[in-house]
Design a protein around this ligand. Sequence first.
Ligand SMILES: Nc1ncnc2c1ncn2[C@@H]1O[C@H](COP(=O)(O)OP(=O)(O)OP(=O)(O)O)[C@@H](O)[C@H]1O
Length: 241
Amino acid sequence: MIELRELTKRYGDRVAVDGLSVRVKPGVVTGFLGPNGSGKSTTMRMILGLDAPDHGEALIGGVRYPDLSWPLKTVGALLDAGAFHPGRSARAHLTALAASNDIPGSRVEQVLRIVGLSDAATRRAGTYSLGMRQRLGVAVALLGDPGVLLLDEPVNGLDPEGIRWIRDLLRALAAEGRTVFVSSHLIAEMALTADRLVVIGRGRLLAETTVAELAAGDDSLEDAFFRLTSGTTDYRGVGAS
Ligand SMILES: Nc1ncnc2c1ncn2[C@@H]1O[C@H](COP(=O)(O)OP(=O)(O)OP(=O)(O)O)[C@@H](O)[C@H]1O
């Protein structure tokens, strides 16, 4: 369970996250949706203790991230697919992380298998494609066998096979009873992946609902999303005609 209580973050006079109160439940995939700049990444960074809230708090299983004894065993995160030492192999990277987080070395081979990198485990991460780096990021998130998973835009830049792989994996992890919170600005992808949706605009909660409920009142889920978020962006294009 992830619980956000009046979570608020300001950058200068801009409010990036504005009094956000949400409960993200275990056993289902919860999609975190909002237009560009609506505060999704900032919220995730606060849950992970990478940014400090100006007000409110983010709790994982009732505990603030900085107070967790072994964070990787409680919450796994995928924020930035490129964040690996390019000269290190996937296996070396995971082995070092396991050693410093009280995780048995045998778990490294397990997660390499889960993400399909066993055969590429000795290659330097710098030679990996975007899809392989994303898989290594997922391996890191799963290393501590955590009950809570947080993924920020995990399908960005992936090919259709990679997108389907992430989707199936997230659904399987939720079916095991884990809390899975995944951000995206792609409503169509979320419709296929998520059971529940948290929608924000300008850092504020716009809807906390199921995919089915949100789609019910409009012609499509996309229409429902545009209706909810219209007026919450600072940019607007004009039609081609
Ligand atoms: N370090 C920072 N300094 C100043 N402003 C920031 C910083 N990080 C985020 N912001 C601002 O906070 C707001 C929310 O940004 P955030 O990246 O959380 O949104 P997002 O929903 O993740 O967007 P996207 O979908 O484009 O990734 C934006 O207006 C952004 O410009």
